[in-house]
Design a binder for this molecule. Structure first.
Ligand SMILES: [Zn+2]
Length: 244
């Protein structure tokens, strides 16, 4: 039989005597009907299947490529796969956390913070980034100042922003929804994700810095890269997986 990827698959498999699914990998069958099935890898129940269709993931703290590979074998169809980027796991569009739950009624994973739809949120971010660039080109974004959102502007000792180090998503969501084009957010985004002098010169020139060189236009590739950097910064602050 193929790998079980749902409660129904587990029920079907449980009717056979087969419990060992692979190296150190077992199907745990509930003693009481209706209780969840689990895939156990070593001592950890890495995937738990509930009778209402929900699927819960747990690494047990072992964020290794073997755990990831093993989990991926049993993810629900249509739920995407676990990916890894610089030591951080993502699943579907979301950042992975132990206990992350796939809800078939929603057709998606439920993020740690709330029940927002990641596809909608990503679109909101991209549209915000595009309007941000338009405002910047039009000369409507001033230089960073003490009047900027504090969570965007102020820096913790390790160089991260206050919002970043306190994992505050709300200010980012409000900037997106209120079309507040925070100058400090732009500078941070560009320094993190478009870290070359041309981009910095281009944005400071557009913000009216008297010493910025005007040889870098925000049209074409430079503008696209700046826009993308804004999106990536927002994804990062909102706990979304990086990507365009
Ligand atoms: Zn802010």
């Amino acid at each position: 039989m193929r790998n079980p990827r749902s409660y129904t698959d587990c029920e079907e498999l449980a009717r056979t005597r087969k419990r060992k699914l692979g190296h150190n990998t077992y199907l745990e069958v509930p003693e009481i009907d209706g209780d969840p099935f689990a895939i156990r890898f070593h001592a950890t129940r890495i995937v738990t299947f509930y009778s209402d269709g929900r699927v819960v993931l747990n690494s047990g703290g072992w964020l290794s490529s073997t755990t990831k590979e093993r989990m991926n074998r049993y993810l629900p169809v249509g739920a995407g796969y676990i990916s890894q980027d610089r030591g951080e796991w993502g699943v579907g569009h979301w950042r992975f956390y132990d206990g992350i739950t796939y809800d078939p009624a929603v057709g998606d994973w439920i993020p740690e913070q709330d029940g927002e739809n990641p596809r909608h949120l990503r679109r909101e971010v991209r549209e915000y980034a595009s309007r941000f660039l338009d405002a910047l080109r039009a000369g409507d974004v001033p230089l960073p100042s003490g009047g900027d959102c504090w969570l965007c502007a102020l820096e913790a000792q390790d160089g991260s922003s206050w919002g970043e180090s306190s994992r505050d998503r709300e200010h980012i969501l409000s900037h997106i929804r209120e079309d507040y084009f925070v100058p400090s957010l732009l500078v941070r985004a560009v320094r993190r994700y478009a870290n070359a002098p041309a981009y910095e010169h281009a944005i400071f020139a557009a913000m009216g810095h008297p010493e910025a060189r005007f040889s870098f236009s925000l049209d074409g590739f430079i503008g696209e890269t700046v826009e993308r950097a804004i999106s990536r910064w927002c994804y990062h602050c909102l706990g979304l997986v990086d990507g365009w």
